[in-house]
Design a protein around this ligand. Structure first.
Ligand code: A2P
Length: 277
């Protein structure tokens, strides 16, 4: 692992950037890029030795392609123990950052502000028997971090990761992640029988269909899993997705008797938005 920039000047889209690395930022080398659909991709970058974060937090990411780079919040999808940092991103046509970010290649440089933050962390919840992780789209990213962190299994008995997407192809990141985790020589055993994955699709046929909010309201989610409905005694929840999804899922958590928590006041559920445009 290297903690310095491997290319000087920074490289973006295969060419040297005329712009310097701004103060307060790490310049990180792109190690791997994987495209899933014309809307989704994942990338991994080098991790500076001094960069510490809690699984589930987010950072601000930009590119060294402008004098005043555009930064957007990205959840770190890799766990706190990983030697690299992973991100899962949407591609927005004409999006001020993602239009360029989607073209990055191995060896390019990205910028990352030094301070991580966020509410989807184990510290913001009281311990519980079940942890529900409700996500849509790229909102699965913080949970990709948390389900790979042994600390999450210390604090909660069973983890239920729900992932709602429009199309089946958009589920692949989560499906690959869970499959790899079950095979992992270090954490695979810990995960066995304790991680439940519930993908659902809204715009084409699939094994599970419908918005997660509708599946909670109708009770189908709990029926499909053979689990009781959520309640404040045993259940904790984390929510990450679009603004509308956050609002609707939060209301459902409240109506099931769960109370919202924060870093300085742990309770029964927490909410974060997937910010990228
Ligand atoms: P739908 O196809 O009915 O809009 P997006 O890509 O727009 O972020 O959507 C990702 C997934 O989240 C889609 O399956 C979408 O369903 C679903 N979704 C959108 N709004 C909500 C909401 N308010 N509550 C729950 N799921 C939602």
């Amino acid at each position: 692992m290297s903690d310095t920039l491997e290319s000087d000047p920074p490289i973006v889209e295969g060419k040297p950037s005329p712009f310097a690395v701004p103060a307060g930022c790490f310049a990180l080398s792109v190690r791997e890029v994987q495209h899933y659909t014309d809307r989704l991709f994942r990338f991994r970058v080098s991790r500076p030795r001094e960069f510490r974060f809690r699984s589930g937090e987010f950072v601000m990411i930009g590119l060294p392609n402008a004098e005043k780079p555009v930064f957007r919040a990205y959840s770190i999808a890799s766990p706190a123990w990983d030697e690299e940092l992973e991100f899962f991103s949407i591609k927005v046509p004409d999006g001020p950052l993602t239009e360029h970010l989607q073209k990055i290649r191995e060896g390019d440089t990205i910028l990352m502000r030094k301070k991580p933050t966020g509410t989807l962390v184990n510290d913001a919840l009281e311990p519980g028997k079940r942890l529900w992780m409700f996500s849509t789209g790229t909102g699965i990213a913080p949970f990709a971090s948390l389900i790979r962190d042994p600390e999450t299994y210390d604090k909660f008995g069973t983890l239920i990761l729900t992932h709602g997407c429009r199309l089946v192809d958009e589920l692949k990141y989560g499906q690959d992640l869970v499959a790899a985790l079950r095979e992992d020589p270090l954490i695979g055993e810990l995960v066995e029988g304790r991680l439940i994955h519930y993908p659902t699709v809204t715009r084409e046929p699939f094994e599970h269909q419908g918005r997660i909010t509708d599946l909670i309201t109708s009770g189908k989610l709990f029926e499909d899993l053979g689990l009781s409905r959520m309640g404040p005694e045993d259940d904790r929840a984390m929510i990450c997705g679009s603004m509308a999804m956050l609002k609707d899922t939060k209301e459902l958590c409240l109506s099931h008797g769960l109370e919202e928590g924060a870093n300085n006041k742990p309770a029964q559920f927490v909410v974060e938005r997937a910010f990228v445009d």
